[in-house]
Design a protein around this ligand. Sequence first.
Ligand SMILES: [Zn+2]
Length: 133
Amino acid sequence: MLSDQLINQLKDCKTDKELKVVFKKIASKSPDDYFPTQELKKLGYLRKHCECCGNYFWTVLNEREVCGDPACSGGFQVVIDNPSKIKLSFIEVWKKIVEILEPRGYTPIKRYPCVARWNPTSEFTIASYLTRI
Ligand SMILES: [Zn+2]
């Protein structure tokens, strides 16, 4: 049950960004109400508190002390110590995804340039998508 103070904070939100900040506070206080925490724990995930930004995050690495935000982890990372024995390039990953999803009813769309707002180190990137018809 939300406190009157939190309900009023939600009501006072004028933008989705403000709403996200308040909701993050609510979900962080009682994660079991908003996330499948029991399933995550069964899968070996731990809920930890980032030493850098103070947000909570899930990880399978017990020694990890910071979340995956590039500002906290020291740069953009997708996979740490990738255990895969198969090394694939970006294009090979794309082809593998098509190989898996196309038989399941997805249709690959030709690649096209777009702005990568999440990544300040690149002006644009090439997007590739699959669509389900
Ligand atoms: Zn962090």
